[in-house]
Write a protein that binds this ligand. Sequence first.
Ligand SMILES: [Zn+2]
Length: 474
Amino acid sequence: MSQKTRGILSAGLLTAILAGGGCRNGGPVGGTGKEADAPASYSEISEALRSEGLRSENAYALLSDLVRVSGPRLAGSPGAAAAVEHMRRVMDELGFETWLEPTTVQHWVRGEETAEIVDRTGRIIDSLTISALGGSIPTPGSGGITARVIEVASFEELDACGSSVRDAAVFFNRPMDRTLMETFRAYGEAARFRTEGPSKAAGHGAAAALIRSVTPRIDDFPHTGMVGYDPAVAKIPAAAVSTEDAEKLSVSLKEDPGLRLRLRMSCANLDPVPSANVIGQIRGSDKPGEIVLLGGHLDSWDLGVGAHDDGAGCVQAVEALRLIQACGLKPRRTIRAVMFMNEEFGATGGLDYAAAPGRKNEKHIVAMESDRGGFLPLYFGVGGPPEARGKFAAHEEVFRSLGLSGIRAGGGGSDIGPIVRQGAVPMGFVPNGQTYFDLHHSGRDTLDKVHPRELELGAIVLALASYIASEEGI
Ligand SMILES: [Zn+2]
C-alpha cells in the first residue's frame, strides 16, 4: 500500500478523535499532539473518519429525520417536495454550499385498488393483495375489469397462448431466481416482466396484467415499480400481486382454470410537475472546477418510506461530506453530494443534472452512486479505464481496514449514468444485497430495517473514497 502522506489532518486532531472527543466543524481541532499539522496518511485519515462516524452514527439520525419529515417521497408528491426543502436545509445548517437545480417529474397518484378472484357465476372466491404499478392507467368505470386469467412464466409462453389472451388478464408468475448469489441479477431477470410484461400482454389483446412481485420472499407485501408502456400498443392496467397470493392464485387456477380476476384501480397520471435535485458541496481548495460526485435519489416509492431505497444513499452522501468536514479535511477538488429527483419514474433528475448549464465549467472526474440499500459494504467497485482502478488499488489496504474485501471492477447507477457518459469514472461500494429485495419497492422499506452502524460504514467508505479521489485526481 502507498504510504504517501497527504491531507492536513493534524496529529492533534487525530488524537482528539481517537480519544472519543469527536470532531468539530470548520477545521482541525487543537489537541495534545506533539506534531500539530503534520501531514496524515490515508490510513490515519480513514481511522479518523471511521472513529467519528461509528461514534456518532449520524447517518441514521439524518435518515430518521428525513423519513419523519417527508414520509414516502413519490416523485411529484408533497412528500418529495418536503424532502427537497428538508435536505437543503440540513446541508445549509452543516455549512455546505447548497442549491437546487430544476427537473420535471411525472406525477402519478395511487388510488383505491382491489383485486378479487371470482368464479364463473361472479361469486367471490378470494381477494388478492395488490399494488398498482407506477404509471399504470386506472381500470375503467366503477366496476373495473373482470377477465379470465392466463398464467405464464415467460414471454415465450405468452406468445404460445395466441388468441386466447384476447380480453384476458395475463398473470406473469415468474419467481426471482433464488439460487443466484447476485440478487441484482436475479432481480433484473424477473423485473423484465414488470416493465415489459404489460405491453407485451397488450400486444396480444389482453385487458390487464398482474405481475408476481419481484422479491424472493414469500409474503403478503406487494412490490411496485414502474411499468414501461410501449407507445406502439394500447395501455392496459397493471398491478403487482404479493408472492403469497401469486402462489395461491396459481394453485387455484390449476383447480379451476375458469376463474376470473376482478380488478379495480383508480390511480391516475396527472400533469408533470416541477421539482428539483438537491445539491451540497465542499469546494475544492486547489481545483474547485473538478468534481467528485456522491449521489443517491431522493424520490421513493409510496408503499414504504424509501428508507433503504434510497433515503440511505442520500444521507450517506451528506454524511460523507460531514465526516470530511468534521475531521478538518480540506479536499483539493470539490466533493459534491447530489440528491437526484425522480429516479423511479424515468431518472429525469440524472439527465437534467448532466445537461444543466452549471456543468459547462465543471469537470466531473468521479461519480459514486449509493442505490443498493444501506447495508454492510462488501467491496469497493471502480469502473472506467484500468488506470483508475489501479489508482485506488494502491490504497486497497485502507479500504480493507474498513471491512471491505478489496477493490474490484464495478461502479455505476442510473442517476450518474449521464454524467459518466460525459467522462466521469463511476465507482462506489457494493453492500450486502442478500436481503434488499425482501423490502425493495414495498411496504417493508421502513426505517426499522436499516442498521445504524451498517449505514454509517457506507458513509465512511464514501468519505474516504471521495477524499482520496479529490486528492489524487483520476
Ligand atoms: Zn433506488
